[in-house]
Design a binder for this molecule. Structure first.
Ligand code: PLP
Length: 217
């Protein structure tokens, strides 16, 4: 199936309120153009340099999402255009994003990455750390960032019950913070293998790569 076919199939199977982020990391410009021609406008990359290189070559109306773990010293390269940063896990990083966004007179939307996987390898914050950041007087003074939601990655396993439980943990966290933090709107969870489950558990933003562009080596 073509990239356009893959996109159409996924779109048909997800509700309208769910944003599809097409994860184009490692894939060539030609593949992104194919997806763009099929109407896709939101793309996700996990390396800042790669995203910058691609952004320069592609249409201006693409919304670029940074979904990977951030290197603080590279935030400056994407600050002029990045539309959403998914994987923020510290005040230091928020501070750097704020500083770089300010230089471009922008407000950059960010998601806090929650640790929902039981594996140790995954990055992310626990509930208490998220609460601390959301309520931090220092963070409240950052005028050039906006925390608009939470992001999480489930364990790399075939155990559906386990994955479901982890997605549910993120949804519970979101529901807990939402009443006092009205600006929280996005729950970014679900990838090629598990996005249907993620949507069932309350996701409204899925990050899908291989099911659109084919597997990566
Ligand atoms: C690569 C990646 C994805 C997409 O993974 P697929 O299994 O190819 O859909 C989603 N989220 C993050 C954070 C990623 O790094």
């Amino acid at each position: 199936m073509s990239i356009a076919d893959n996109l159409q199939l996924i779109k048909k199977n997800i509700p309208n309120n769910v944003t599809l982020v097409a994860v184009s990391k490692t894939k060539p410009i030609t593949s992104i153009i194919e997806a763009y021609a099929a109407g896709q406008r939101v793309f996700g990359e996990n390396k800042i340099q790669e995203m910058v290189d691609k952004q320069l070559q592609l249409p201006e109306d693409i919304q670029w999402h940074m979904i990977g773990h951030l290197q603080r010293n590279k935030v400056k390269y994407m600050a002029s255009f990045v539309s959403l940063i998914h994987g923020v896990d510290s005040v230091r990083t928020l501070k750097e994003i704020n500083k770089q966004a300010k230089k471009h007179d922008r407000v950059i939307d960010c998601l806090l990455q929650a640790k929902i996987a039981t594996e140790d390898s995954k990055f992310g914050l626990c509930g208490i750390e998220i609460a601390t950041i959301l309520n931090s007087p220092e963070v409240k003074e950052f005028e050039n960032i906006k925390i608009v939601g939470l992001m999480g990655m489930a364990s790399f396993t075939n155990d559906k019950k386990q994955i479901k439980k982890e997605f549910n943990t993120l949804k519970d966290l979101f529901d807990k913070f939402k009443p006092n933090h009205k600006e929280l709107k996005i729950i970014s969870m679900g990838m090629s293998g598990d996005f249907k489950l993620a949507i069932e558990e309350g996701s409204n933003m899925i990050r899908v790569g291989s099911s659109i562009f084919g597997s990566r080596n």
